[in-house]
Design a protein around this ligand. Structure first.
Ligand code: UDP
Length: 384
């Protein structure tokens, strides 16, 4: 088989997984990343003062239903059991999320059974909304005004910088409403945390004799000379020099602080009220319950519009952004010998398991294209 020279821009999960899959088939892989570290926004490191493993770009919890992805991850990581349980502070009280029977009974001061709670919520919900389009309609239809205003409205305005009436229903659909006492934030079959954080997983994936990595290296046209294919996992608008403008993202600011003992006694405390300027406080030792630490390190999390100097987090994907995205996609679809992948390359908000799954698929498609001497597609997922 002909050995290909591959360049991959970006050493996050997407770039690492594609690189590994192709390296194992004998291809020569060069991966560059403008940051001084691998793992992208999943990067984790130990806090010097406390020894706690911290998720520098905000907490990442691994959860999936995808057996192939779970097995793949476990080849490179020692995963520890972890269940994400989230609390939220509103109106001077602490409630459990996602909305479950405990939340409902505490909020309405009731002792409802599952069926009684279902009837109660139905009586509160706006039944005139048959096909909710916006976040607000979805909330009004499925939880009603009181719960919406307490738990979602303020938080969402802070998180997205706009009214939930302007946001798609799909954002809220990420969260279940449960009529039992199950307070597991996720409903997936597998959930866990890597014993030594995410950075060593990506390092292990990249640890292959056919892979070379260059950090602190921003892509330059000369990098593409003599290569057979380029996988680009950076921002698609950056690839085209922002010629149609910058795609909108939300970025996060973190206010880090240390405490002697425990600060809040749990990993994630949301703050639903708009008057509290941060969305949540995360206490990172609680993401590694198998470890013991005297001190604690926490982050207050603030969301705001991303400027050119910031790290992009959440793609906004509102009407205006989608129009601009389509212009970039029109250009991209004309390309040869380049594929765009990952959160930034396709401008979609992706959980880690989806990222890994899509990267595995893209590598597979590329290997097939070599074998069949066919053209490698620019995208291997639906992006419009
Ligand atoms: N959300 C909310 N209140 C909360 C938690 C979440 O209003 O206490 C909304 C918010 O708009 C968020 C969405 O629900 O973007 C999805 O929540 P998730 O926890 O999945 O947020 P992500 O992982 O995207 O930060």
């Amino acid at each position: 088989m002909i050995k290909k020279n591959i360049l991959i821009v970006g050493a996050g999960f997407t770039g690492a997984v594609i690189g590994r899959e192709l390296a194992e088939k004998g291809h020569k892989i060069r991966i560059i990343d403008s940051r001084p570290h691998v793992a992208g926004n999943c990067y984790s490191e130990r806090d010097e003062q406390t020894g706690v493993m911290v998720h520098t770009y905000g907490p990442h919890i691994f959860h999936t239903d995808n057996q192939e992805v779970w097995d793949y991850l476990n080849r490179f990581a020692e995963m520890m059991p972890y269940t994400n349980r989230v609390k939220t502070t509103v109106n001077g009280q602490v409630f459990s999320l996602p909305i479950n029977l405990h939340t409902i009974n505490q909020f309405f001061n009731t002792t409802c059974s599952p069926s009684e709670a279902q009837a109660l919520i139905e009586s509160k919900s706006d039944q005139t909304i048959s096909n909710p389009q916006t976040f607000e309609e979805q909330a009004m239809r499925f939880v009603g005004k009181e719960l919406y205003e307490a738990f979602f409205k303020g938080y969402t305005i802070k998180q997205w910088g706009m009214s939930p009436a302007e946001l798609p229903a799909s954002i809220l659909k990420r969260l279940p409403v449960r009529f039992n006492y199950d307070d597991n934030y996720f409903s997936h079959k597998y959930q866990g945390m890597p014993k030594e954080g995410y950075t060593p997983i990506v390092e292990n994936i990249l640890n292959h004799p056919n892979i070379t990595i260059e950090l602190n290296h921003t892509f330059d046209e000369s990098d593409a000379e003599g290569i057979d294919h380029l996988f680009f996992t950076g921002p698609i608008d950056a690839w085209y020099g922002y010629r149609f403008g910058r795609l909108g993202y939300r970025t996060l600011d973190f206010e880090k602080f240390h405490t002697e003992g425990d600060f809040q006694g749990t990993a994630v405390m949301n703050y639903g009220e708009e008057k509290v300027p941060y969305t949540r406080i995360t206490e990172h030792k609680y993401f590694a319950p198998w470890e013991q630490h005297q001190g604690s390190v926490c982050y207050r999390e603030f969301s705001r519009a991303c400027t050119p100097d910031d790290t992009p987090y959440y793609p906004i994907r509102q009407m205006g952004e989608m129009e601009m995205l389509n212009q970039y996609l029109d250009l991209a679809e004309q390309e040869k010998n380049i594929s765009f992948a990952g959160r930034l390359g396709t401008y979609r908000y992706l959980d880690m398991d989806v990222t890994i799954g899509e990267a595995l698929d893209m590598a597979k498609t590329y290997l097939e294209s070599i074998e069949q001497n066919s053209e490698m597609p620019v995208f291997t997922v639906k992006v419009r």
